[in-house]
Structure formats: structure tokens, C-alpha cells
Design a protein around this ligand. Sequence first.
Ligand code: ZN
Ligand code: ZN
Length: 279
Amino acid sequence: MRLMTELAIRLTAFAGMFLAMALWEIFAPRRRLSLRRAARWPGNLAILVVDALAVRLLIPTAAVGVALIAAARGFGLFHLLGWPAWLAGVVGFVVLDLVIYGQHVVFHRVPWLWRLHRMHHADLDIDLTTGVRFHPIEILISMAIKVAVVALFGVPAAAVVAFEVVLNATSMFNHSNAVLPLWLDRAVRLVVVTPDMHRVHHSVVRAETDSNFGFNLPWWDWLFRTYRAEPASGHDAMTIGLPIFRAPGELRLDRLLTQPFRTPANAGSAASAIESSTT
Ligand SMILES: [Zn+2]
Ligand SMILES: [Zn+2]
């Protein structure tokens, strides 16, 4: 019963947010997309299904299951300290967000992890479906890290579900092509990462790719000096994606899955060509 309720909450929140952001970016787009949705959406949505199945099959307890076990057996820092559930929940939420930020930075810095994560960056446009486009191995590693954090801290199950639902929703929001008036963007990005803030992270220029790592709370980027207010060439003129994997065929599910294991021959020259054309 509890599992069904949790699944219903996750699916309802996902469907509601997906629909809201899709309508927003269709009727009030931020920038002109370079490709039709039909070219990108099938691959991006198929990878979402593969990711969900991979986690359910390989880590069936997931982070929330571990939270329930930790609560029942009393292990984890918050249980040892005897903190009330609300305090453990709020602090647990913030700790999880910081860990996801740190994980994102590490996925950019460590070459073999970058191979997994670069598939997220190879999308040739950025819209709400980019927010669910992650390689299944990255998703599994990310879940294993979350499981470890939840067990170590004893994060309450409700906070784990809240964190995952919110992260899923904010990821679709800040990857969306929805327009936000500049004054509103400035206010919103004080508490949550906005589309204009995260779009910088999808720039083809490496220095911009390596900034704005936050997915949810924007504070970590300010704190750790990885914040960049906007792309050098502006939101309309900037090039989205990577210097590699730019052929339209790379948007297919099978190509997305094999990208981490392929090394494009022209990687170096393509990178310098795009860097020099955009600077
Ligand atoms: Zn990234
Ligand atoms: Zn992203």
C-alpha cells in the first residue's frame, strides 16, 4: 500500500510537471530550437524508460527502501542523535542536494565518469526532455551514492521521496525552453536553479560547461565559485551541446547508450573549431 502511494505520488508529480513545462515551452519558448521535437524526444524519453527499469531491476530497494530500513533499525547519524523527523528531513534534503552537486562536479572532472555524463550534454538543443536524459549507468551510480548518504545520515523516507520528486520536477523546469521574464528569473534563481542559469551549463564552450552544476538549490555554485550568470555569446546565439556527437543519428536510443564507449576520431579538432568560432 505504502509503495503504491509513493509510486502514485511520483508518477502524478512527474506527469503534472511534464505537461506544465511542455505547454509552457510550446506556447512561450525562450529560444528557437534548432531541431524538431520529433528528432529528439523519442530518444530522450526512451532513455528515461530504460533508466527507470534499470533502477527498479538492479537497486529495487532504492534510496527510500534504505531510509525505511535505517528508521526501523535506528542506524544513521540523525537516528543516533535522536533528531525530530522534521529537522532530520530538512537537513537531509539539503545534504542530499549538496551531495548531488558534488557528484555532478566529479562527473565532469573524472574522465571515465565524464564519458557517462557527457551523453546528457550531447543533446543538440535543451528543453524539458534534456532534464531526464542521463545514461543508465550514471543513474545507477547516482542511486548508489544516494543510498549511501541516506544510510549514513538516516534521512527520513518522506524526505527522500520529497527530494527525488522535487529534483525530478526542478530538472524538467531548469532544462526547459520556457521563457521567464528577466526580473522573475533574477528573483527565482535566488532559491532554485532557473532555465537561464542551467542553460549556461549546456554551452559547447568548455569553461561554461564546467559551471552552474546545481540542479535544484543554486547556492552551491555561489559557495564553491562555479557560478556563471550567463553565456558569453548570449542565450540566443550560444551553441548547445558538445563539439562531438553532433550528427542527427546520435539522438537515437542505441547511439545514446553506446556514446560512453565510443571515442570520436575528430574530438580534438571539432572542439577547437567550435571554441574558436564562438569566442
Ligand atoms: Zn553536467
Ligand atoms: Zn543539464
